[in-house]
Design a protein around this ligand. Sequence first.
Ligand code: URA
Length: 240
Amino acid sequence: MSKLSLDRILQSQGFGTRKYCRSLIEDGEVSIAGEVIDDYRASFDTTDLTFTIFEEDWLYREHVYIVLNKPANFECSRKPSHHPGVLTLLPEQFTWRELQPVGRLDHDTTGMLLMSDDGAFIHAQSSPKRHVPKVYVATTHDPVTPELVAQLLAGVQLHDEPAPLAAQTCRKLDTHALEIVLEQGKYHQVKRMLAAAGNHCSALRRVAIGELMLDSLHLEEGEWAYLDASQLALLKPSND
Ligand code: URA
């Protein structure tokens, strides 16, 4: 059992500074099990705790793990420069909780983006040693040929990489579309691999990470969802 005072609970969940959280409590904005709690020192077991604030119910979460169906024209950086940041698509509490993207997608790449405030999870997921496959659908400027697919599977040499990088799997989907699965997450990797193979990527969408498919989550672009334990378990290397 983990007991915390109500002001600490609200602060940990991203409702603002401790001072502000205390003022919310004293103003009668917070209730638990239908009862307004106006003493910020009152403490509660956080296990499965639901509290109501501004008439909205929140489940206490030690850490937050979410998936966003990222639209184009949003940046993953916390300090975006040319487009709004992905955090603007999420509740304000997540900014306070310092949610971070797990790896980055380019501003014009759409699809599956994981975000969390659990540093160990972010580190483990992004580690190159973990080999979590990421599945992309790329639209190409020139037709997808068998030679292009073969080149991507054999490996292409990118500038500033010591050795050629190969797709884990790659298959043609349409005259101008292919699915490519990568285990690494190098900067602009899909676009650079396609360019190195003599084509050009005109649109890119990430459709799966590990065995978790974006389609299975039924999210419109710009929508997000919490990931539960069984979904998190799917974010794993293929040989786990
Ligand atoms: N590869 C790219 O080129 N861009 C992305 O956003 C992700 C992978």
